[in-house]
Design a protein around this ligand. Structure first.
Ligand code: PHE
Length: 454
């Protein structure tokens, strides 16, 4: 066990876990979900869910991994038994499926980087049309999503310290800076305040079950929570690590980036007279406008820079997703890391093809008859992320309460944090994991079932 490779220090872990959390979920998904679900009301529920339910579960997930020193399946098996291990296995499958479509969107971001920096995208007149034909085009997407998967695999082969950690260290801070600069710019545009109002002044009459459903799914997805990714990363940290503090920092970083992305996008949406509820194309349609207005040279530099950083943010997430099945196969099946990485990367790429072709290229994938004629990408994202991650969180809370026990859980968290026992934070985390999370998520699933059936 002692030979298990780990992160080099506290900052390394926080950056890698925050790198996993911060990604397309914050900059691509969060703004369009907010736009589709009534703006500020959605933001509010997302923030509440993050603090009230997700943060304590994150502490739980990291603690499970560090205690068991194993992958998602192995950790549940070690601390529970083979049956509990099924929760971990379920999470690993979710990781595979999420990466399969996530990688496609990452490919779009990479394509946009090239089209802005070296192509003529910024001379387009209608960015909506451009986006529509871009994602329907097979050749570019095939190439870029394959490229993205290959780069991900290269980094994951190098392992925890050399690959994952170094990548996160450099990219995260840069992304933060460019976001702040773009916010300042977009707030100065005409009609920006209408966007700020939409984003920050809640209209409670807008809240529907759909709003809550999307906000809960978004909170889990954005924090990379509920599928064992944090178990895997948690297994690479030392007993000296203060899990409470690390989890707070990861949560706050992730939420800030999402919040800032919204603050950048909505002023822009309103100043361009666009529709906030236009869906997954939102940032790809709206952002080029700001870069175009900067003039040809500056636009290429800032716009290209932005999409390149978005690719990096996505990359620190794809590596964490690939690491989930890889850690499982290395730990449980004793396979060579290098072999497993390449095989999994190619399998996941293939699994992602229907999602890739579902954006207009191939009719059957673009409109699934059993799924309200929505796309395969939407389907995979809803089943394996919006529904499955909160379900994974619910099962984990049951595991901690029923099997692992709170005293063992507390002992683990108290390592590296001697003041934890008896503290307010400890009580808060226990109450959430014992009552609030299972009850709230339980009701949530009953409602989903009712909603889907009737
Ligand atoms: N949290 C990542 C994002 O916001 C996506 C992700 C989900 C990564 C689950 C790992 C596990 O982009």
């Amino acid at each position: 066990m002692n030979t298990r490779e780990g992160f080099s220090n506290r900052l390394g872990f926080i950056l890698a876990a925050a790198g996993s959390a911060v990604g397309l979920g914050n900059i691509w998904k969060f703004p369009y979900e907010t736009g589709q679900n009534g703006g500020a009301a959605f933001l509010l529920i997302y923030i509440a869910c993050t603090f009230l339910i997700c943060y304590p579960l994150m502490v739980g997930e990291i603690a499970i991994g560090r205690k068991a020193q194993s992958d998602a399946y192995g950790s549940y098996k070690t601390l529970g038994n083979k049956k509990w291990g099924l929760i971990g296995l379920f999470g690993i499958i979710c990781g595979v499926m999420i990466l399969s479509f996530y990688n496609v969107v990452a490919g779009w971001a990479f394509g946009y980087f090239l089209e802005i920096s070296f192509g003529s995208l910024l001379q387009e007149e209608n960015f909506g049309n451009f986006f529509g034909s871009y994602v329907a085009d097979v050749s570019d997407n095939l190439l870029f999503s394959l490229g993205f998967m290959v780069i991900t695999a290269f980094i994951v082969v190098r392992g925890v310290k050399g690959g994952i950690e170094t990548a996160s260290r450099i990219m995260m801070p840069l992304l933060f800076f460019i976001l702040i600069a773009l916010i300042a710019y977009s707030l100065s545009l005409p009609n920006a305040m209408a966007g700020v109002r939409f984003y920050l002044m809640p209209d409670f009459s807008e809240i529907t079950f759909e709003t809550i459903y999307s906000a809960v799914g978004q909170a889990f997805f954005s924090l990379s929570l509920g599928l064992g990714g944090l178990i895997t990363y948690g297994s690479y940290i030392s007993k000296k690590e203060n899990i409470i503090r690390s989890a707070s920092m990861i949560t706050i970083m992730d939420m800030s980036v999402a919040f800032l992305a919204g603050l950048m996008i909505f002023p822009l949406v309103f100043s361009q007279g666009q529709e906030p509820a236009q869906g997954p194309g939102l940032v790809f349609v709206v952002l080029p406008g700001i870069f175009q207005s900067m003039g040809p040279i500056l636009g290429k530099i800032v716009g290209g820079g932005f999409f390149l950083l978005l690719c990096f943010a996505a990359l620190t997430s794809t590596i964490s997703l690939l690491e989930i099945p890889v850690a499982y196969l290395v730990d449980q099946k004793k396979k060579s890391r290098k072999l497993v990485v390449w095989v999994m990367a190619m399998v996941i790429f293939l699994v992602g093809l229907p999602s890739m072709l579902s954006q207009g290229a191939v009719r059957i994938f673009s409109s699934l008859p059993f799924y309200g004629n929505k796309s395969t990408l939407d389907f995979v994202a809803e089943v394996f992320s919006d529904i499955s991650l909160p379900l994974g969180g619910l099962l984990m809370s049951i595991f901690i309460a029923r099997r692992w026990t709170f005293s063992a859980f507390s002992d683990e968290v108290a390592e590296g944090n001697p003041k934890y026992k008896g503290s307010f934070v400890e009580k808060y985390i226990h109450i959430v994991i014992k009552y609030i999370a299972p009850v709230a998520l339980g009701i949530f699933f009953v409602l989903i079932v009712l909603e889907k059936i009737f």
